[in-house]
Design a protein around this ligand. Structure first.
Ligand SMILES: C[S@@+](CC[C@H](N)C(=O)[O-])C[C@H]1O[C@@H](n2cnc3c(N)ncnc32)[C@H](O)[C@@H]1O
Ligand code: SF4
Length: 363
């Protein structure tokens, strides 16, 4: 049974209002591009510029908090590789924002680190797990022993009672292990998100796409495996950041934004059109309403939705304007991966004879 068709929660209503009025509830802050892994597909593209110093990060966090952002995700790079990680995370909490941490888990295999994380009372910790065994995980991270460290981190966080989500981007290395990855998550009672979209690097390098599983895998994944891996839930027919039926294809420039380690602000982690630099403005209000980039991206989100709505199969698409732009140079261009996925998702709905808009089984 999917989320679709369920009664609306207060949280859902808040997200829909924020979406309609372009009020950002959340932000991601890449506090450093330093990392202790060498993932071959990593989208990060450091420019060689000097990264923000800690007082500058504090200054930016204050602006983000004053703007009313409720959820702040510290990411990177590996955020725990920032030498002032705990000070920065402590500041997020002191400012009253809920803290999410995206991590590869390596450093959290140390009980003392987990103790310090727990003291921050994070809302959520998201850990990337790239396979069910060392061979597959480390084929991506290129760090020997990293699988055991990450699994140890998951074990320690679980014992400490921390809410954890696992993330598993689907690659050629792990495509046949998804049920085993799910088993690891189940052992700890954690949810695992399988991400079928491998993106190009932020600088446009399409090298990471070579790690994507092939089309035969995706057909099987959407038609059969997705439902089994997700306790009977149906494949999504909208981006997770855009409630179904809304005017725009996603929440870019609406419900959130992303900051890089140089202070630059972008509409979304995957859509890197620079809005401005937060060191150069007094308050975010100064650009959020007036920025031509934001207006353009909001408009593109509507254009993309319209374009999909005109297609007979448009309602089966999850579509990322950032991926379209980096892959094809046009944020509205339908990239092959989106089409393949939509075809398979449609097939899944048709196989299950689901025809009504609510996504409930009709037969
Ligand atoms: C850039 S990492 C930063 C946080 C942390 N270092 C980690 O690996 O979880 C954020 C997430 O993006 C994923 N990721 C990195 N490059 C990617 C790509 N090209 N396509 C899809 N996911 C990617 C990572 O696996 C991770 O789950
Ligand atoms: S651990 Fe995260 S930041 Fe580091 S290389 Fe891998 S994906 Fe990139």
């Amino acid at each position: 049974m999917g989320d679709q068709g369920q009664g609306k929660t207060a949280y859902r209503s808040m997200v829909e209002t924020a979406f309609a009025q372009s009020v950002p509830l959340s932000a991601q802050f890449e506090i450093t591009y330093r990392c202790n892994h060498l993932c071959t597909f990593c989208y990060n593209s450091p420019t060689g510029q000097r990264e923000l110093r800690t007082p500058q990060i504090f200054d930016i966090l204050k602006k983000v908090s004053d703007f009313g952002v409720l959820y702040l995700t510290l990411t990177g790079g590996e955020p725990l590789c920032h030498r002032d990680f705990y000070k920065i995370a402590g500041e997020v909490r002191r400012l009253g924002m809920a803290l999410r941490i995206y991590s590869n888990g390596y450093l959290m295999s140390d009980p003392k680190v987990v103790e310090k994380i727990m003291a921050l009372k994070p809302l959520e910790v998201e850990i990337s797990l790239h396979g069910a065994r060392p061979e597959s995980h480390e084929a991506l991270t290129k760090i020997k022993g990293s699988f055991d460290k990450t699994v140890q981190a998951i074990e320690l966080l679980s014992r400490a009672g921390q809410k954890v989500n696992l993330k598993c981007p689907i690659t050629r290395h792990n495509q046949d292990e998804l049920f085993e990855v799910r088993k690891i998550a189940d052992k700890y009672g954690y949810y695992v998100t399988f991400d079928p979209v491998i993106t190009p690097k932020d600088d446009g390098d399409t090298g990471p796409l070579s790690l994507r599983p092939d089309d035969a895998f995706f057909t099987r994944y959407w038609e059969e495996d997705y439902i089994k891996l997700h306790d009977g839930r149906l494949p999504p027919r909208a981006n997770h950041c855009a409630p179904e039926g809304t005017e725009a294809v996603c929440g870019a420039a609406r419900t959130g934004f992303t900051l890089d380690p140089y202070g630059n602000m972008f509409p979304c982690v995957a859509f890197r059109r620079k809005i401005g630099n937060l060191l150069e403005i007094d308050k975010i209000e100064d650009i959020w309403g007036d920025s031509p980039v934001l207006a353009q991206v909001r408009g593109l989100g509507v254009d993309a939705r319209d374009k999909l709505n005109k297609r007979e199969d448009g309602k089966y698409f999850t579509f990322c304007m950032g991926v379209a732009e980096t892959q094809l140079g046009d944020p509205l261009a339908i990239y092959p991966q989106a089409e393949t996925n939509a075809r398979a998702v449609r097939q899944a709905y048709e196989l299950l004879k689901i025809e009504d808009e609510s996504g409930k089984k009709s037969a």
